[in-house]
Design a binder for this molecule. Structure first.
Ligand SMILES: [Zn+2]
Ligand SMILES: [Zn+2]
Length: 382
């Protein structure tokens, strides 16, 4: 078979009519019936209020639940929080936790591989955004072997079993019931049932499409994932996707306090309330190392430009040599710490831990200073 016909066959997998109908009809209703009803009858304040609440809760169910709790295990949740996230994430109609996480783990493992990544951006915006769901592509097949841990998770297993009951209840019964309570059943259904579903769908889909197209790559250029503040705002924080692809076990995607990461703030608030614990963070040194690595790459590209003085070149080489030394020192320190742990010198352990901590701090500080110097140095060559 020629390469062309193989590709043709790959892109022309059988259409998944049920998914196509649901995504298509809800979208059509959202751009026709929803505005029509608003113009003719108007929507109540209650309908807008519940629309906003479920919009945010669906985003949190997917981001803090499906993504950061179940797919990546970045923290541990109290059962009450797990149930809440499973119900709210299920309402977003993006398949069960187990199926979603299986595909997402493969997305991380085989990112940008057009044959394996279920929503590879290499196959274009449309495919990564929504196209991958509209046909039964081989790359979208569910590999349950990567989610054995979730099959044993009682909340995830329960949600998988009762997924469709949960979907119908939250998407139809709950909006109609709220509408009945507030005297506007159709209006509530259109905003909370339809518009909320369509918007929350596309907001999440942006993470697979736009977050692999727009923005910067401060931590790695080995995959297409990018960091973008506006996409982060739209996706409750998931738009710091470059960081996330490199440090997927970190419960944060936006690591600075001012980064617009609503899921991080939600998880931290839950931790304060005793509903979340053991939040994982990537070691600050590794984060700085990745950042500096990228900065050196950019600085080296400037060497190709005309008008770069030999003094600048030398300065860059000196900085780079120092960077390599700091990394070596850190690796040495890691080894020493492992050995100290093995020897288990109980009485000396506490003083040793303190000395390790201060040595780690020194190395982190050294990278921080270097980050500043490098920024200054690169700014000298435009
Ligand atoms: Zn991604
Ligand atoms: Zn992820």
């Amino acid at each position: 078979m020629s390469e062309f016909s193989q590709r043709d066959e790959k892109e022309n997998a059988p259409v998944n009519w049920s998914v196509t109908a649901v995504l298509g009809l809800t979208f059509l209703a959202a751009i026709t019936v929803v505005p029509w009803y608003g113009i003719v009858h108007g929507y109540s304040g209650w309908a807008w209020l519940f629309f906003a609440i479920f919009m945010v809760f669906n985003g949190i169910g997917i981001g803090s639940g499906y993504h950061r709790l179940w797919s990546h295990r970045t923290y541990q949740a109290h059962p009450a929080l797990s149930w809440f996230l499973a119900v709210m994430g299920g309402m977003a109609l993006q398949n069960s936790i187990i199926v979603w996480s299986a595909r997402h783990r493969i997305h991380h493992r085989d990112v940008d591989d057009n044959d394996k990544d279920p929503y590879s951006i290499g196959r274009g915006f449309w495919f990564a955004h929504i196209g991958w769901m509209l046909r039964d592509y081989d790359s979208g097949a569910i590999d349950y072997s990567v989610v054995r841990d979730l099959e044993k998770d009682p909340v995830a297993a329960w949600q998988h079993r009762w997924y469709w009951t949960l979907v119908w209840t939250t998407n139809v019964a709950v909006p109609l019931f709220l509408g009945w309570l507030t005297g506007d059943m159709l209006g509530m259904f259109l905003l909370v049932g339809v518009l909320r579903l369509v918007l929350s769908h596309h907001v999440t889909f942006f993470i697979n499409s736009l977050a692999h197209m727009w923005g910067k790559q401060p931590y790695t250029d080995e995959n297409t994932a990018r960091d973008h503040h506006l996409i982060a705002l739209l996706t409750y924080g998931e738009g710091y996707h470059n960081y996330h692809h490199l440090f997927q076990s970190d419960y944060r995607c936006g690591i600075r306090w001012w980064h617009l990461d609503i899921n991080k703030w939600f998880i931290s608030t839950c931790a304060l309330l005793g509903l979340a614990k053991n939040r994982k963070r990537a070691p600050a040194f590794k984060v700085l190392r990745a950042r500096l690595n990228m900065e050196f790459k950019v600085a080296r590209q400037k060497l190709e430009q005309e008008g770069v003085s030999s003094r600048w070149r030398e300065q860059l080489e000196t900085e780079y040599a120092q960077f390599v030394d700091t990394i070596k020192e850190w690796q040495q320190l890691q080894m020493e710490r492992v050995q100290a742990g093995r020897q288990k010198l109980a009485e000396r352990f506490e003083t040793e831990t303190a000395s390790f901590t201060s040595r780690y701090r020194e190395l982190e500080m050294s990278l921080k200073m270097q980050h500043k110097r490098l920024a200054l140095l690169t700014s000298q060559v435009m």
